[in-house]
Design a protein around this ligand. Sequence first.
Ligand SMILES: Nc1ncnc2c1ncn2[C@@H]1O[C@H](COP(=O)(O)OP(=O)(O)OP(=O)(O)O)[C@@H](O)[C@H]1O
Ligand SMILES: [Mg+2]
Length: 159
Amino acid sequence: MFPAAALALACKIIMRKILSNSVEETQKIGQKMGERFKGGEIIFLSGILGAGKTELIRGIAKGLGIKSRITSPTFNILRVYDIPNGGKLYHFDCYRLKKYSDLIELGWEEILTDPNFIIVLEWPECIADKDVTEIAEKKIVFIEIKIENNKRFIKIDER
Ligand SMILES: Nc1ncnc2c1ncn2[C@@H]1O[C@H](COP(=O)(O)OP(=O)(O)OP(=O)(O)O)[C@@H](O)[C@H]1O
Ligand SMILES: [Mg+2]
């Protein structure tokens, strides 16, 4: 077996790279993910300004059955949406944050005690002074949206 694949299997890491040709495709990919979430997932979304992170989250919200329009929380940093089947979707945009403790001030630790949370977090780079993988016993998904030759590639890394 290819060594990297063997290592990924050993570490229970699932990696996928999906091409998206349009906003609709990005949202559809998000929707499929959202449909599979059970609660307790934390999704870190990286990618340059305008990569499509919020569009993917719109799809995730749709997959969770959320009807309200998802707007970018850049200025308020956090928006919370009720999930029809129970629980809440917490949408963070950390672009304006400088460190992990800024997130704590927004109630991060209390949110983690909510058993049904689903967290989507844009710009994890801004709070990277703490190793987020230390958040024990939570399902963490890292997503990176890359633009190559005008095409979006959505790299999903589950662990
Ligand atoms: N395949 C695609 N997937 C997603 N968005 C696309 C795609 N092609 C073009 N776009 C456009 O790119 C933009 C993505 O905007 P979006 O707000 O989702 O980016 P973002 O990564 O959240 O940016 P920010 O870091 O500013 O929050 C939209 O204007 C959308 O129309
Ligand atoms: Mg955004």
